[in-house]
Ligand binder design. Structure first.
Ligand SMILES: [Zn+2]
Ligand SMILES: [Zn+2]
Ligand SMILES: [Zn+2]
Ligand SMILES: [Zn+2]
Ligand SMILES: [Zn+2]
Ligand SMILES: [Zn+2]
Ligand SMILES: [Zn+2]
Ligand SMILES: [Zn+2]
Length: 319
């Protein structure tokens, strides 16, 4: 029993804020065991005069009637869930139980919660700070408790403002984020850093791609390296790891017919340092097919023997 408690029994009005527990004392202390304590208290409050048991009882009795007049019931409202003693007047009802105001405390720091708002978890009450510190999800970036909006990503929780692109620091727009090795990136940076690069233009590939020649390609970049024409349904040809149409593949490889300029895929005739389709290696005059052994050459053109003789024998003989 403190001075504050004892004096408050005579000076404070019932029902006032603060939940002074002194209202409960006189009632409780009418039991013989506790009778001495309020006695000394009242004595102090009334100038220190000695009080006998009868006087004390009558003083307490008048106090009792004062309180009743002020509308405070001294009837017990149940047993305090903390101390198991009766609760009279000022009480807290919380967690489905009744508490002395001063006994309704934070389960962690023991601070009196009184009428402050509190948080409940598994039947226990916590002050706001402890509740957040103990139970709020933690931000994977700052380790602080997340008490408001929470982002869940990468199997972790984050303050929304602490979940940002690992490269540019933006907070991700509608595009969302992309993950690589536990780090989040905005789409732009992710593609810059990790998207496959096009085998044609070297830029990142964001959408559909063609996989060929052990590389990825923008569809629009997968064209003949020479004429830039797309292949469509045609097959392409690999020359030094680059795609070519059939025509330019053979051109690259020197395997175009010197006569028709079309690729030679079957047998060929090599003559005069050039390649020909066999049927296109013909006499330049009569167009008869030649073989590469018996033709005659004049001015870089092939001729059959008869035509050669007819056309050039005279000149030759005149020489
Ligand atoms: Zn209590
Ligand atoms: Zn606390
Ligand atoms: Zn944070
Ligand atoms: Zn970024
Ligand atoms: Zn490209
Ligand atoms: Zn081409
Ligand atoms: Zn030809
Ligand atoms: Zn001929």
């Amino acid at each position: 029993m403190t001075n504050r408690d004892s004096s408050s029994t005579t000076t404070q009005h019932a029902g006032s804020a603060g939940g002074d527990p002194a209202y409960a004392r006189p009632h409780k202390n009418r039991s013989p065991v506790g009778a001495a304590t309020p006695a000394s208290a009242v004595n102090m409050g009334s100038g220190g005069a000695a009080a006998h048991g009868d006087q004390l009882d009558s003083m307490l009795g008048s106090l009792q009637s004062d309180m009743n007049r002020q509308g405070v019931s001294t009837k017990t409202k149940g047993l305090c869930a903390a101390c198991n003693k009766p609760v009279v007047s000022q009480m807290i009802t919380a967690l489905g139980k009744v508490w002395h105001v001063e006994h309704f405390t934070c389960a962690h720091c023991k601070m009196t919660l009184g009428t402050m708002s509190f948080y409940e978890r598994e039947g226990k009450a916590y002050c706001e700070q402890d509740y957040h510190n103990l139970f709020a999800p933690r931000c994977a970036y700052c380790s602080g408790p997340i008490t408001d909006k929470c982002v869940t990503a990468l199997d972790k929780t984050w303050h929304p403002e602490h979940f940002f692109c690992g490269f540019c620091g933006c907070n991700f727009g509608d595009q969302g984020f992309h993950e690589r090795d536990g780090q989040a990136y905005c789409r732009e940076d992710f593609l810059k850093m990790f998207a496959p690069k096009c085998g044609g233009c070297g830029q990142p590939i964001n959408d559909s791609y063609i996989s060929a020649l052990n590389r990825h390609w923008h569809p629009e970049c997968f064209v003949c390296w020479d004429c830039q024409r797309p292949f469509g349904n045609m097959s392409f040809f690999d020359h030094d790891g680059l795609p070519y149409c059939e025509q330019h593949y053979h051109a690259k490889r020197g395997s175009l017919c010197a006569d028709c300029q079309q690729p030679i895929t079957g047998p060929s005739i090599i003559a005069m340092g050039r390649k020909f389709h066999p049927k296109h290696f013909t006499c330049a005059f009569c167009l008869k097919q030649l073989n590469n052994v018996t033709f005659k050459e004049q001015n870089n053109k092939p001729y059959c023997h008869p035509c050669f003789s007819k056309l050039f024998a005279g000149t030759k003989m005149m020489d």
